[in-house]
Design a binder for this molecule. Structure first.
Ligand code: HEC
Length: 116
């Protein structure tokens, strides 16, 4: 029941994110909530609330997600892979913690920091 809810919400967020991306409209708040919440729960400690690395993140050499050059270079596949596998001693892998749909739903959140 709980899992199904998350799954549906995450899929919806991905879908809405893709639609918003291609239509150029801002991602609606209601649909964005779950993926953003995941980010705030699991990623904020290092990558910061607005994509700028925290002190902890900087110490580990985390990327600034607001960097346009990085946004242009990084593919969605690379972002998904990084969240899945992490980097030893820098970022923990999330493939055991999050579902594939939750991980995909985080891509538009990471991307959203570049649109500033
Ligand atoms: C313990 C701190 C920490 C947490 C928590 C963390 N990360 Fe990271 N992340 C890092 C560090 C450090 C790097 C740089 C790794 C490297 O240089 O290989 C990184 C790299 C990345 C990259 C690749 C950037 C690039 O260089 O191409 C992405 C995307 C990313 N993280 C997303 C996330 C997401 C999404 C979450 C939450 C699910 C998350 N991270 C949680 C520390 C963290």
């Amino acid at each position: 029941m709980f899992k199904t809810g998350i799954f549906t919400a995450a899929s919806f967020a991905v879908f809405t994110g893709i639609v918003a991306f291609f239509s150029g409209t801002p991602i609606s708040k209601a649909a964005d909530i779950d993926a953003r919440k995941l980010y705030m729960t699991h990623c904020k400690t290092c990558h910061g609330e607005n994509g700028k690395p925290t002190e902890l993140g900087q110490g580990l050499e985390a990327r600034d997600f607001t960097d346009a050059a990085w946004q242009a270079k990084a593919t969605d596949e690379q972002i998904v892979k990084q969240i899945n596998d992490g980097t030893p001693e820098k970022m923990m892998p999330f493939k055991e913690k999050l579902t594939p749909d939750e991980i995909k739903a985080l891509v538009p959140v990471v991307r959203s920091f570049g649109n500033k």
